[in-house]
Ligand binder design. Sequence first.
Ligand code: FEO
Ligand code: CA
Ligand code: CA
Length: 609
Amino acid sequence: MSDFDKIAEKMISRRKILKSGATFGLGSFISTSFVSSGFSMNEGADYAKFKEIPSSTSDTITLAEGFNWNLLVSWGDPLWSTGKEFDVVSRGNESSQRNSFGDNNDGMVLFSKDGKNILAVNNEYTNLNIMFGNNSSGKPKTVDDIYKGMVAHGVSMVEIKKGINKWKIVKDSALNRRIFPDTLINITGPAKGHDLLKTKDDPKGLLSLGTWNNCGSGRTPWGTYLTCEENFNFYFSSSNKNINISPEMKRYGIRVNDRGYNWAKVDERFDISKIPNEVNRAGYIVEIDPFDPYSNPKKLTALGRFKHENAELVMAKNGHIVVYMGDDERGEYLYRYVSNGKYNNDGDASDLLQKGKLYVARFYENNTGEWLELSPKTTGMSSLAEICVYTRQAASLVGATTMDRPEWVAVSPVSNEVCCCLTNNRNRGRKPNAGGDNTSINGPNPRQNNQYGQIVRWIPQEGDHTGKEFKWDLFVLAGNPIVHSGLKAGSKNINEKNIFNSPDGLCFDSNGYLWIQTDGKYTNTGDFQGMGNNQMLLGNPNTGEIKRFMVGPKECEVTGITWSKDKKTIFVGIQHPGEKGNSNFPGVKDSLPRSSVITIQKNDGSVIG
Ligand code: FEO
Ligand code: CA
Ligand code: CA
């Protein structure tokens, strides 16, 4: 019996307990519909009938038949007509970049109100070899270079408009806005004013400058954008190379050297030997009002500090706001926030993301799990403020389950099921996390040296997202049946035609189909043979079927997805095409590759989602 069969058999006997009357074949514990009772998915949706496409290594967008794509906006496109078109020779400067679409677009949300459409897009990071590929060193050389790189980070808010078929950005819209690593931001929530957040520039700990490494996104029912700070540590360094880095900093990956951005050379906030508390002012979710370009964004310390992937917000049936959040690091955790107050359409929602309880997930082998509250009482830590700053340490103290890099979480709008991409984890079963927590294989993370990733799915007790307990299974275990058997071949819903690795972006559409985006290995050889470039697939949570819908250009990651209000257009992010120098997307031969947002429509103009 293979490892996979053994696990399958164990799971099946447990599943019989979970759902009486269900029958499961061996190996089908994954992707069977234990959440299917009361499920009202629209399985007949036309767009979901597309014929799946083969993998591809082409340097373009490859789409299922019957669909077409267009380019909407790329790194360096000016948002105001005073700005010059992107200069491929200089690759811009600080001034042009401040007025242009940022680099490496990631999570995004389209907001539609009063006939206006505002696309809020994260600009996660930059590839030094692309941005500074015109310098012989391939690195920032001048002070202007460093600032150019800095202001290519943050968030781009841009009005867009649909012509006869094609969407275009609206230059000079009063709602266009760039948010940078030096934009003024209000600190909110339990850690506001705490000693750990006080710095020379902000002795009261009430305001901070900027947001960076904005990864996944979220939206609130009151129409604001949530942008999630992920690898904030990569930008800090120490001018004192002998500094003793505290365990609190080490847990978040702060080191003596940054990742080559050199921000500390122009702004001492990024020098941990000068302003050590600056690191505590990053790693949060930030709320932005897309229709008030003069408002200060808000850092939401109540949602905890870690390497935030996205923020999947759902209103529980009792009116509380629940936010599911992953911490994307090997062996870190999956979190949930529950607001103290309830949402009321007409009421004031301003404190719903400022006052609440934080929880972390513990999964049991019997397919149940529970949310463990992070409070001074459960953790022994001194205050909720401290928990909101040292959230990883708090989660370790209550014995949460170490996960294989939780990326996007998505909640189905037609059922209560929740999914999270566990993208991969080469340390699983081999090395503890940065806090020393054991990372032996466990239920939702069943493979040592997990190179392909999986999607875990859970359903809250009695459909209540504020409930303590949940039941879980795995929607898919990615793998490669061309080169492996057993666990590495993946779950039963993986076959030679739909193989992929490292699921990352994730979103349910309004019919309950699950869109899966990948950020994986694109070598197309060895363990990854036959998988081609990164891609986007459509999953049917009811049947477990997964079909490849789109393939991105060479060396890109496909990340970020949102819909037009009429659902006739999907906006999809193509991040870092040619990150190793082998793409010209969105141009053709010899052009500089540029991260871009594309639109996808059906040829007959009907809905997709
Ligand atoms: Fe920015 Fe975990 O992806
Ligand atoms: Ca991601
Ligand atoms: Ca990823």
